[in-house]
Ligand binder design. Structure first.
Ligand SMILES: *Cc1c(COP(=O)(O)O)cnc(C)c1O
Length: 370
């Protein structure tokens, strides 16, 4: 039995009628840019994220880029972030003309280690980007506490609907940051049928700035106060996402059940380190990521049995060729580097059957001779 890492067709089969009706509605209206569908999704995501404002944009990378621009980050500025993330986090910093400063991660959660931030703060630091990796929130209140009043962007591309208990209150992904950013790339927990992204904030001035930046720096057509971007959320994508959003909580719960199933099944396999979820967090498990010493041979073993897996991420950002100009060397973020050698993400999508879970479990257990 083949078990892919992700099976979008299995999900589509469960929601086809709703999604097709939503798509056809937009097509019948022949209104494709922004408009009601985007406004509806913005309201719904603002509600889910417990924030005042949400602004749709073209993708999750642009969401970070526009957030940085809205905060006035540009040339000569530095932005502190994690090297263990998808490339977009660091790429966006570079693309606004600023310098990424990479600090190491907490080896248990793979998220930025707040204690590594103070030594990296300097006169030119303008912002910090925390990433909620694999579906669990970074310790956003701890990052904010060491940020010396600097704005904090939360790259929540992998964590929409995740939450964290902070001072006895349930805080949603994106809510506690100066600006939170989401991606609707098809493989995210809330995925569109193409690219899409969104930014959330509690700050009205930042909301105004983000609205402007996504439409060439203008709020009044053909009058441009600043130079912005063409980074609109497509109405067709917004319609798909609005139709899918009511399912998100159930899908995330199914992912958590699958994760618990794996946790129990690997409990007596000492070679496998199962994901650590901070007790304050409720993860949406965008990935179920284990650590193993013999990672590459395990991956080959799984592949031979038709089981999908992937390495997120094989090379930390501070060692990427394009960032050689920053002058980092191996050993500077040892935990991120060790994680890059050991991590392997296993199938955890909501539609997995017990038979499929058992297939993955038995393949992993056989590899370790159990
Ligand atoms: C997917 C992702 C992005 C980029 O989102 P796109 O919509 O693909 O541009 C940024 N950061 C992280 C952590 C991601 O996982």
């Amino acid at each position: 039995m083949a078990v892919p890492l992700l099976d979008l067709k299995a999900q589509y089969a469960t929601i086809r009628d709703d999604v097709v009706a939503a798509l056809m509605h937009v097509v019948d209206q022949q209104a494709f840019i922004l408009g009601d569908p985007v406004g509806q999704l913005e309201c719904a995501v603002a509600g889910l994220s417990q924030v005042k404002y949400a602004v749709g944009c073209a993708n999750g990378t642009d969401a970070i880029l526009l957030a940085l621009r809205a905060l006035g980050v540009g040339r000569e500025d530095e932005v502190i972030t994690t090297p263990f993330t998808f490339f977009a986090t660091g790429g966006a910093v570079h693309n606004v003309g600023a310098r990424p400063v990479f600090v190491d991660i907490d080896p248990r959660t793979f998220n930025i280690d707040p204690s590594c931030i103070p030594p990296a703060l300097g006169d030119r630091t303008r912002a910090i980007i925390a990433v909620d990796l694999f579906g669990q929130m970074a310790p956003i209140e701890q990052v904010t506490a060491v940020a010396r009043g600097l704005p904090v962007i939360e790259d929540a591309a992998q964590s929409i609907g995740a939450s964290r208990m902070i001072d006895g209150r349930k805080v949603m992904a994106g809510e506690a940051a100066t600006i939170g950013t989401f991606s609707f790339f098809p493989s995210k927990n809330l995925g569109g049928y193409g690219d899409g992204g969104m930014m959330v904030t509690q700050d009205e001035a930042l909301f105004e700035a983000l609205m402007k930046l996504r439409t060439h720096g203008s709020r009044r057509t053909y009058f441009h106060e600043i130079v912005g971007y063409n980074s609109r959320l497509d109405a067709l994508q917004a319609a798909v996402l609005t139709a899918k959003l009511p399912h998100l909580e159930g899908w995330s719960a199914a992912r958590r059940r699958h994760a618990a199933y794996y946790d129990a099944a690997f409990a007596d396999v000492p070679e496998v380190t199962t994901p650590f979820i901070d007790p304050a967090n409720t993860s949406i498990y965008n990935q179920y990521t284990i650590r193993v010493g013999a990672r590459d041979t395990l991956q080959a073993h799984l592949k031979a049995r038709g089981i999908g897996s992937n390495v997120y991420y094989p090379l930390p950002l501070h060692l990427q060729p394009c960032f050689a100009y920053l002058g980092y060397e191996p050993g500077q973020c040892p935990e991120a580097e060790r994680a890059a050698h050991e991590v392997l993400s296993l199938p955890v999508y909501p539609e997995l059957t017990t038979a499929q879970l058992d297939e993955v479990v038995s393949a992993v257990r056989t590899f370790f001779g159990r």
